[in-house]
Design a protein around this ligand. Structure first.
Ligand code: TRP
Ligand code: SF4
Length: 372
């Protein structure tokens, strides 16, 4: 039997989230749920796991210095699955984090075959612009492209390679480890740890919000942090893990399959149609639905409401119980969801138009480097 692995370059669908606790030592997020209820993803259990979150909870509560770092993979349209990560980034920025965001354009090129210019364009037009329209500001923000950062970062990245063996990397990533993957893994460790170098603000707790598929990178990075602890005084990075939204047809939400997602630049009318043809948890006939009730747990329309479109728990509970008891019919329900979505998209797309100034400022700041 082969050993169980999470594949950060794989299809990203995880069957059993509970297993991750036993299998990889990810801790449940439950302990912190009460404290950070205001965050919809926390409140609804979408952020389900963590490593070393205590340090971050403490920093937020006592207003101590800490950093938030995560990377975006610029390999397609920015959709509602990505919005969940953006909302988390923005939440931490609002909670005083020194915010570090990298465009993983090198990784996109060497592992995912995206041409370098396309990766950069996607990072700006899809990711950064949508982040800003969702609320990201230039305050306390460092944004960079993996492909053109500043010298101390590269020097550090290369030094990391000294304390990890090839066999160890094969153990983490499997035998099909390619040179591109190897470089991407070390680069990601540098992404996560370098904010703690003196040139970038010095040692401080760092939170990395990711999908569970990225946990192999987190484990490697935490090991490296320990191995270089004496030299740099690193705090091992903390992480949280979220459940991915499923695709509109119930399978994986994937940038390479436009029928599986709604992008944030989607025409509102097209988006509505996509909702109307999504997989629901409804029964074959209205009669059956009234008798047996629907299954919201299996409904992609409901999932959209949970993740994005209904912030009030009361309203959501009502949808849930009405669905369960047969008081809600899918046709109507989809229409309501489609309207909410169209409204959100119209407003969001207006905000995108106003985002360009801030995006420019963020990119401008990057040109001046970080003063080192
Ligand atoms: N590997 C990540 C992905 O595929 C992108 C990434 C690069 C990243 N550097 C990072 C994520 C640092 C978190 C932290 O999406
Ligand atoms: Fe989904 Fe709504 Fe149908 Fe329930 S009534 S299964 S929530 S579409």
């Amino acid at each position: 039997m082969t050993e169980k692995r999470l594949d950060p370059w794989g299809r990203g669908d995880i069957e059993d989230y509970g297993n991750l606790f036993k299998e990889f030592g990810i801790e449940p997020f439950d302990k912190y749920r009460e404290k950070f209820q205001e965050n919809r993803y926390v409140r609804r259990g979408i952020i389900f796991g963590q490593r070393d979150y205590g340090r971050i909870a403490d920093a937020i509560e006592k207003k101590k210095r800490y950093a938030m770092m995560t990377g975006l993979m610029p390999s397609g349209k920015f959709h509602f699955g990505h919005k969940m990560v953006a909302d988390q980034i923005i939440w931490y920025q609002g909670k005083g984090a020194d915010t570090f965001i990298c465009s993983a354009d090198l990784e996109a090129t060497v592992v995912r075959d995206v041409a370098p210019e396309i990766a950069r364009k996607t990072a700006v037009e899809e990711y950064l612009t949508n982040y800003v329209a969702l609320g990201l500001t230039e305050k306390n923000l460092t944004f960079w492209f993996q492909s053109d950062y500043v010298v101390p970062y590269y020097r550090f990245r290369d030094r990391l390679s000294k304390k990890v063996t090839l066999n160890e990397l094969k153990g983490i990533y499997g035998d099909d480890l390619t040179t591109g993957k190897l470089f991407s893994a070390i680069t990601q460790a540098a992404d996560i740890l370098h904010p703690q170098l003196k040139e970038f603000g010095g040692p401080r707790p760092t939170i990395v919000p990711v999908g569970a598929d990225q946990d192999p990178h987190i484990r490697l990075t935490r090991d490296l942090a320990a191995r270089f602890q004496g030299e740099y005084g690193f705090f091992p990075p903390s992480s949280t893990y979220h459940k991915f939204m499923r695709g509109l047809n119930g399978g994986k939400m994937s940038s390479s399959d436009p029928s599986s997602y709604i992008s944030l630049t989607e025409e509102p009318e097209t988006a509505k149609k996509k909702i109307m043809s999504s997989k629901t948890g409804g029964r074959a006939t209205v009669k059956e639905q009234k008798e047996l009730g629907g299954i919201p747990e299996q409904c992609m329309v409901y999932e959209m409401l949970v993740y994005h479109l209904v912030d009030s728990d009361k309203e959501l509970e009502q949808v849930y119980s009405n669905c369960k008891t047969g008081g809600r019919i899918c046709g109507e329900c989809k229409k309501i969801c489609a309207e909410k979505l169209a409204l959100f998209l119209k407003e969001h797309q207006k905000r995108r138009k106003e985002a360009s100034k801030t995006v420019e400022k963020i990119l401008e700041k990057r040109k001046h480097g970080t003063g080192c």
